[in-house]
Design a protein around this ligand. Structure first.
Ligand SMILES: Cc1cc2nc3c(=O)[nH]c(=O)nc-3n(C[C@H](O)[C@H](O)[C@H](O)COP(=O)(O)OP(=O)(O)OC[C@H]3O[C@@H](n4cnc5c(N)ncnc54)[C@H](O)[C@@H]3O)c2cc1C
Length: 405
């Protein structure tokens, strides 16, 4: 077990300042442009890949080379401090990679995860496709179907996925589909859809409130045929799991989408901390400069105390994120700590960015200043990877041991 320490080790400190430098010099100056363009910032992804910040090697090192679990949240906080939309473009593929790593065999991980990233000369993306138009929080009611064709050893997938980060433009789509609808979430499995598979297309691209540099779209699957080897974990394991579920036995395994979301919650919460810190720092510096009634506005307790509350909430959120990230690597959650950090950090980002707008007054409300964008970018943190209410549900079930509805 790694020791839990609030003192980052030397490697982590170095990484933190290296990522901060990239966020400060590349992401922050580009944030406004890509927000307006509402497009994936391919040149920035390329730059990130060139310096080794976007890619399988970085993720593997951050995840496996770090027993404390803190390296990933530290990296993510810095990038999202730079810009959340571009940050999500850089980290969106990580969710697909986590889906593969969580459910796949070691061979599947080695084959498919690198293809979620490509390389510096040919950058690629991954997409993790769970949500549907009629199934967001209620993942058990997914309608996308995967049917096995024994004659050809292929799976045939049909359905529509909604709200998919990198949907339709990704090289690798990881799709969660129902194999046996009667078993609800216990009858679901994850599939890799290889590049250029026939029948997979992009539906509508959403025009969003925030994180607009990150591409979000529907993914339509029409008779998409994939080889048997694309079933993550393999058929034998799936058959055994389904047999147990039909027998009403506990399989001991988590439903695939839920397992992925649980493992990525501290990472998403770290995104929220990064946005909140950006807004706090900007508004603090602004309050020291801006004069009203003959003195800097921070000289008023009303403003200074707001900033004191903002930084306190941010630090509290980061501590919860670090605890959850450490636990995830050292024995696992005992009391829904992953959900706690996501719940707290999402709320903090939304509240802090709103307060930052208040501190900037009219300048907080216009696009000339970044605080308006920070505020738009923050709200998604209460929504995706499990809404506020879903995190509350997970926590309340953990603390009660009862099936709270
Ligand atoms: C920008 C963006 C990117 C996304 N990226 C991805 C992605 O890459 N992959 C992916 O699979 N999905 C993605 N999502 C989908 C996201 O995870 C869902 O939007 C989210 O889970 C909520 O689902 P929903 O929108 O269907 O809302 P609903 O589930 O319909 O919820 C609506 C409201 O009801 C509440 N509610 C629902 N059930 C309960 C309950 N039991 N108790 C109390 N309240 C409840 C919710 O909290 C919410 O307030 C993305 C969404 C967005 C907006």
């Amino acid at each position: 077990m790694a020791e839990f320490s609030l003192q980052l080790n030397e490697d982590q400190q170095q990484l933190q300042s290296w990522v901060h430098e990239f966020a400060d010099t590349v992401l922050r100056p580009a944030g406004e442009e890509w927000d307006e363009r509402e497009e994936t910032p391919w040149p920035i992804l390329q730059e990130a890949a060139k310096i080794g910040l976007y890619g399988m090697d970085f993720m593997a090192q951050a995840l496996m080379g770090d027993p404390t679990g803190l390296t990933l949240p530290v990296t993510i906080e810095e990038l999202f401090w730079g810009d959340a939309g571009i940050g999500l473009s850089i980290f969106g593929s990580g969710l697909a990679a986590a889906g593969i790593a969580g459910a796949g065999t070691p061979e599947q991980v080695m084959e498919w995860v690198p293809q979620c990233y490509g390389d510096a000369d040919d950058v690629k993306l991954g997409a993790f496709c769970v949500s549907e138009p009629d199934a967001g929080s209620d993942v058990s009611s997914l309608r996308t179907r995967a049917v096995y064709d024994q004659a050809s050893d292929e799976w045939v997938l049909n359905g529509t996925k909604a709200w998919i980060t990198n949907g339709g433009i990704a090289n690798i789509h990881v799709v969660v589909a129902s194999v046996d609808p009667e078993l609800k979430s216990r009858g679901q499995a994850s599939f890799v859809i290889p590049p250029n598979s026939k029948g997979l297309s992009q539906g509508q691209k959403y025009k969003k409130h925030g994180i607009r540099a990150s591409h979000t779209a529907e993914v339509v699957l029409e008779d998409v045929r994939v080889p048997g080897a694309c079933l993550l974990g393999g058929k034998e394991k799936l058959d055994a799991r389904l047999a147990k579920a039909r027998d009403h036995q506990r399989t001991g395994e988590k439903q695939p989408a839920m397992a992925t979301f649980e493992s990525t919650r501290p990472a998403v919460a770290a995104m929220a901390v990064g946005i909140a810190r950006a807004a706090y720092e900007y508004s603090r510096d602004y309050a020291k400069e801006r004069q009203a009634f003959g003195k800097p506005i921070i000289m008023n307790q009303a403003i200074a105390f707001m900033l004191a509350d903002m930084v306190t909430e941010i630090d509290a959120s980061r501590l919860l994120v670090w605890r959850a990230a450490w636990l995830a690597n050292n024995g696992g959650y005992t009391n829904a700590e992953g959900s706690m950090c996501k719940l707290k950090a999402g709320r903090t980002a939304t509240w802090v960015t709103e307060r930052a707008m208040q501190i900037l007054g009219g300048y907080g409300y216009v696009r000339e200043y970044p605080v308006e964008r920070f505020h738009r970018d923050a709200k998604i943190m209460d929504i995706f990877e499990g809404t506020e209410q879903i995190q509350q549900l997970v926590i309340s079930r953990a603390i009660s041991g009862m099936r709270i509805e």
